[in-house]
Ligand binder design. Structure first.
Ligand code: ADP
Ligand code: MG
Length: 228
């Protein structure tokens, strides 16, 4: 993509809400692999961005850069009004491929632990327990839960502290139809709170239900970006 086209996409998609993350002409290489090639993207508060594309397109790499979990090889990732890189990392609402759960703790213990690390009151735990309908399995060790049940606990853990920046990598993985519907509502609610949400998904139907800015990636580049 040319710098001019990147600039046009930023201009086209950066108009609603307040800019919170600005990715400018970012390239990321892992040895000989060019995971991202001259990617520019603007994320704003109160808006959901859905990131789609085939395996290896660079979606998870871009998510990590937005979360300040990695640094670009060249180009810039700026966080506006979200604090330093350390603050961004420590306050992130992050759901990666690994759900970051302790298998021998119960679902509720996992969520409570995360809540306490972030200094949240028990009400926050109760709120996400209800939000993700965890009660039927919340008191079982996570290792005994099904894939979809674990995913619901992982989502509750990721969102319990009402983060300002919500980054979800393939969050519908393992969820049944009811779980996906519940997640659609949660993602919309998060944006309505006025925070920034970036969701990687392969699920076109899920993406279209989010009223999201849709960004399609191919081979490390942004192929298409539409304003929501
Ligand atoms: P996606 O999430 O779209 O499937 P990724 O961002 O995970 O794609 O990966 C993009 C490319 O970068 C792939 O070719 C992948 O193998 C490579 N890659 C990602 N992370 C690493 C890493 N830590 N070390 C080496 N190569 C990596
Ligand atoms: Mg990925």
């Amino acid at each position: 993509m040319t710098a001019t086209l990147s600039a046009r996409i930023v201009a086209a998609t950066g108009t609603s809400g307040t800019v919170s993350v600005r990715v400018s002409e970012v390239t990321k290489t892992y040895g000989p692999v060019r995971a991202l090639r001259n990617v520019s993207l603007t994320l704003s508060t109160g808006r959901v961005t859905a990131l789609l594309g085939p395996n290896g397109a660079g979606k998870s790499t871009l998510l990590s850069l937005v979360g300040a979990l990695t640094r670009p090889t060249s180009g810039r990732v700026e966080h506006v009004g979200l604090g330093s890189r350390t603050t961004v990392r420590s306050t992130l609402g992050w759901l990666g491929h690994d759900g970051l759960l302790y298998p021998d703790l119960t679902g509720l213990e996992n969520v409570r632990l995360s809540a306490r690390l972030h200094g949240c009151a028990d009400e926050a735990v109760e709120a996400v327990r209800a939000r993700f309908d965890l009660s039927a399995f919340a008191d079982r060790p996570v290792r005994t839960c099904s894939r979809g049940q674990r995913q619901r606990v992982a989502l509750a853990r990721a969102l319990v502290h009402a983060p300002h920046l919500v980054l979800l990598d393939e969050p519908t993985t393992g969820l049944d139809a009811g779980g996906v519907e519940r997640l659609e509502a949660v993602v919309r609610e998060e944006a309505a709170r006025g925070v920034t949400v970036l969701v990687v998904t392969h699920d076109e139907r899920f993406a279209s239900a989010l009223d999201a800015q849709v960004v399609r990636m191919e081979a490390g580049r942004i192929a298409v970006a539409t304003a929501c």
